[in-house]
Design a protein around this ligand. Sequence first.
Ligand code: SF4
Length: 254
Amino acid sequence: MVTPRPKKSKAQGRSRPKTTTSLRITRSLKSRAVEVLDLLDERYPAAETELDYRNHFELIIAVILSAQCTDVRVNLVTPALFAAYPDASSLAKASAEQVEPFIKTCGLFRSKARNIVKCAKDLCELHDGKVPSDRRSLEALAGVGRKTANVVLSNAFKTDAIAVDTHVYRLARKLGLSRANSATAVERDLMAVLPQERWNKAHHTLIWHGRRCCKARKPECPLCPVAELCPSQETYPDEIHAKMLAAAARRERP
Ligand code: SF4
């Protein structure tokens, strides 16, 4: 028996992840999500990627290098890497061993070196050295998964997408915008609760909040602009609360 193929919905056309989640998407959840995003946008109006890059090639390589590594660390190694290998064609001719010393401080450097060289080869062989602008081609490149593809799609090609990294994953769950336990399902929940035209910026805004306030080890809830809307708000003893306020005041001092 042939199983009838489901009709392609508009949502699938935008390549929504297919995993399921128990979150009920209600109107009130959507409006809380928008309120949260409005407040975070006010706090972080300049939120954008903190990776340094000058073109699509540098972006995709920097994003591959940023896996399990900070953007600051990636930005320290990429100037020398891109001076030696300024485009896909030069990187494709290198061996992983030649590339390793440039990225040694990035963590997982051996597999990353293999991946970026292979990715450069794929770009040359399949796309004339250019970074493709569609998800399927991007995800077929070595070292590129859904998150990296989303970062490239949204930053390089302004395609609506939410890349779920460790900060976005944590924030979405803390804020009650997802209960899912996979990046793909969190992405789907965020796409369901946030207006599509805000997906690209939302990704950066959540990351900035995760780095600056809602830190994994000790979220600074007393300083958080969305504390009133957050089901995970933590309270601290007066002394720690006062220390957080003092540290924030010092950070803001010119
Ligand atoms: S209230 Fe606390 S847990 Fe909630 S988003 Fe803000 S910093 Fe994070």
